[in-house]
Design a protein around this ligand. Structure first.
Ligand SMILES: [Mg+2]
Length: 231
C-alpha cells in the first residue's frame, strides 16, 4: 500500500470544491457511466442516489466494467465539458487572498484534468479516482478510499488543515465534506440532503455567487483592491 499522505501546514482558510456538476455545469461522470457502461449504470446509479448502495462499491463496479480501450474516449468526453461561470474570477480572488483551492472529486482524475485544461494549474491539489487502463478493463486505484467512497472527501480535506473550511458542492458525494465544513455552498440535490440533517447552507448558482458571498464574509482584501467586477 502507498504511504498515507501527510497533511500540510495549517492555513487560515481553504476552499474545497467538488468537480462533477459543481466545477462543470453538467454531470459528466454520471453521463460518462451511462454512456460507457449503460446497463450496469441503469441498475446501480439509482441505488447509490437512494443511499442503498455505497458509492465506493457501486462506482468501483461501474468503472471496472469499462473496457480499457474506451479510456481515450472517456477523456475526450470530459474535455468537452463546460465549466461553470465565474471560476476564473473566484480563483483570482482566492489567489489574491492566499486561499488554496482544492478540487475533491469522486470521479476520474483523467476527466477532471481534461475538463479543467489550463485551469488545472490554479488548483492547490486535485483528489480524484485513478484508473489503470493497462488490463482488459479499467482497474481502480483509490489510495484515499474511505467513508464508503473511492475518494474520501473528508480524508482529502484533512490533508489541507484550515481554520475555516469552505465547501462547494452539488450532490450526495459532497455530503460528508459538507458536514465537516465551516461554510457550505450547496446547489441541487445537496441542499435536500443537508436540509434533512438540519445543516445550514449558502445558495449558489455559479462561481460569481460564491466569490461575492466569500468577499462579503471575509471583508476587504489586505491589498485594498476590490477584485472582479460584480455583475
Ligand atoms: Mg458533484
Amino acid at each position: 500500500m502507498a504511504p498515507e499522505p501527510a497533511p500540510g501546514a495549517p492555513v487560515e482558510r481553504a476552499v474545497f470544491c467538488d468537480f462533477d456538476g459543481t466545477l462543470t455545469d453538467t454531470e459528466t461522470f454520471v453521463a460518462m457511466l451511462r454512456r460507457f457502461t449503460p446497463d450496469l449504470a441503469a441498475e446501480l446509479i439509482p441505488e447509490m442516489l437512494a443511499e442503498r448502495l455505497e458509492l465506493a462499491v457501486g462506482v468501483r463496479r461501474l468503472l471496472e466494467s469499462i473496457p480499457s480501450a474506451r479510456y481515450p474516449d472517456i477523456v475526450a468526453f470530459a474535455r468537452a465539458a463546460s465549466l461553470r461561470a465565474g471560476l476564473a474570477e473566484l480563483l483570482d480572488e482566492l489567489e489574491a487572498r492566499g486561499v488554496p483551492f482544492v478540487v475533491v472529486s469522486g470521479g476520474l482524475r483523467g476527466m477532471v484534468e481534461a475538463a479543467l485544461g489550463p485551469t488545472l494549474a490554479r488548483a492547490a491539489a486535485v483528489y480524484a479516482v485513478d484508473v489503470d487502463p493497462a488490463g482488459p478493463t479499467l482497474r481502480v486505484h483509490a489510495p484515499l478510499e474511505g467513508d464508503g467512497e473511492l475518494v474520501s472527501k473528508v480524508r482529502a480535506m484533512a490533508l489541507h488543515p484550515a481554520a475555516e473550511r469552505v465547501v462547494v458542492g452539488d450532490s450526495i458525494p459532497d455530503l460528508r465534506m459538507a458536514l465537516a465544513a465551516d461554510v457550505v455552498f450547496a446547489r441541487d440535490g445537496l441542499r435536500d440532503y443537508l436540509d434533512r440533517r438540519g445543516v445550514a447552507w449558502e445558495p449558489w448558482d455559479d462561481f460569481h455567487d460564491v466569490r461575492r458571498a466569500l468577499v462579503a464574509r471575509w471583508g476587504p482584501r489586505a491589498d485594498g483592491r476590490r477584485g472582479a467586477r460584480t455583475r
